[in-house]
Design a protein around this ligand. Structure first.
Ligand code: GLU
Length: 297
C-alpha cells in the first residue's frame, strides 16, 4: 500500500491568515489520522514577491497552531535546476514555445478579437507566438525577453484523455484546455507555479493533495503535466475556503487578519484549532460552500 503523505505549500509573500491555518490543518489531520506524513514546502520561486521574513513567519505560525511537519522543509528556490531540466525536456519535445508578447500586446490582441475564449483566470493567450517557426523563435529568444508557454492543444493530443480521483473516489475528467496556453517558464521568474508544484508533489511522494477549492482549476493543468512527465497522480481533495461573515474570501490582498494578529490578541491556539476541527470558527469567519465542480464530475 502506498504511504499517505500530504503537504502544506504556502508562498511566502505575506503573513499567513486563518484561511491558511485552516488549509494546513486539513492537510495535517488528513495525514496524521491515517498514520501518514505531513510535509511542508515553501513555494518561494517568485523573486519579486517571496520574502525571507515571511518564511520565518510561516514556521512560527504553524508551530503556534501546533501543526508540525515531518522532515526537512523543501524550498522551491533550491530546486530551480530540476524545473529547468523539465522545461528543457518539453522544449525538446516541441510542447512549449517562446512567447515574446508583452501584457499590453496580449490585451490589444484580445480586445481586437471578436470571440476571445475565456478561462478561469481570464481571457486565453491568443496564440500569437505559437506559429513562429522554431528557427526564427530560437533566434529571437537569444536577444528578446520571453516566457515559455505550453502548446496545450498539442500536449493534450499527446497525453490523450485524463482524469483524477477525489477523496470520495469520484473521477474528474481533466480539461486543461480551459486555461489555453499556460506559462510554464516565466519572464520574471525561472519557472511557473504549475511546473514546480507538479514536479515537487511527485518528488515528495505526495499521495493526497489537500488544498483549497481556489486551486481546483489548476489541477487540470497539473494532471496534464503529470501525464507529460510520466509522474504519478495523487488523489486531490479540494476543501472549502474560509471567508468573512459577509462571504468575502480571506486573502492577503483584502487584509484578512494574520494568524500573528490572533496570537498578539491573546487567542488560545489549542482552543482555536480544536474549535476548527469541530467546525466552529472564530467570530467573523465561516467556510464557503464548495464549488459544484469540486463535488463530482
Ligand atoms: N503556493 C500555493 C499558494 O500559496 C499553493 C500551492 C498548492 O497547494 O498547490 O497558493
Amino acid at each position: 500500500m502506498t504511504e499517505i503523505a500530504t503537504r502544506f505549500a504556502p508562498s511566502p509573500t505575506g503573513r499567513l491568515h486563518l484561511g491558511h491555518g485552516w488549509s494546513a490543518l486539513q492537510a495535517h489531520d488528513f495525514a496524521t489520522e491515517r498514520r501518514g506524513h505531513f510535509l511542508l514546502r515553501i513555494e518561494d520561486i517568485d523573486p519579486g514577491r517571496a520574502r525571507e521574513e515571511h518564511v520565518s513567519g510561516i514556521i512560527e505560525d504553524l508551530l503556534w497552531l501546533g501543526l508540525t511537519w515531518e522532515g526537512e522543509i523543501v524550498f522551491q528556490s533550491q530546486r530551480l535546476a530540476l524545473y529547468a531540466m523539465a522545461l528543457e525536456d518539453l522544449k525538446e519535445r516541441g510542447l512549449v514555445y517562446p512567447c515574446f508578447c508583452t501584457r499590453a500586446e496580449i490585451a490589444r490582441e484580445i480586445a481586437a478579437s471578436a470571440s476571445a475564449p475565456h478561462g478561469p483566470d481570464g481571457p486565453h493567450y491568443p496564440g500569437t507566438c505559437r506559429g513562429i517557426p522554431a528557427e526564427a523563435a530560437a533566434e529571437r529568444a537569444v536577444h528578446e525577453a520571453h516566457c515559455w508557454r505550453l502548446d496545450t492543444a498539442r500536449a493534450c493530443a499527446e497525453a490523450g484523455p485524463l482524469s483524477w480521483t477525489d477523496g470520495a473516489g469520484m473521477n474528474h475528467r481533466a480539461h486543461p484546455q480551459m486555461h489555453g496556453d499556460v506559462v510554464l517558464g516565466r519572464k520574471d521568474a525561472p519557472v511557473s507555479y504549475h511546473l514546480a508544484v507538479t514536479i515537487d508533489d511527485a518528488d515528495q511522494a505526495i499521495s493526497h493533495v489537500v488544498r483549497g477549492a481556489d486551486l481546483l482549476h489548476a489541477t487540470h493543468v497539473h494532471r496534464l503535466l503529470q501525464a507529460l512527465f510520466d509522474l504519478p497522480t495523487p488523489v486531490y481533495l479540494h476543501h472549502a475556503l474560509l471567508a468573512t461573515a459577509s462571504g468575502e474570501r480571506l486573502a492577503k490582498r483584502n487584509a484578512a487578519p494574520a494568524i500573528a494578529d490572533l496570537r498578539a490578541a491573546g487567542v488560545d491556539p489549542v482552543a482555536l484549532i480544536e474549535g476548527m476541527r469541530a467546525g466552529q470558527f472564530p467570530d467573523g469567519y465561516r467556510p464557503l460552500d464548495l464549488p459544484v465542480d469540486a463535488l463530482g464530475p
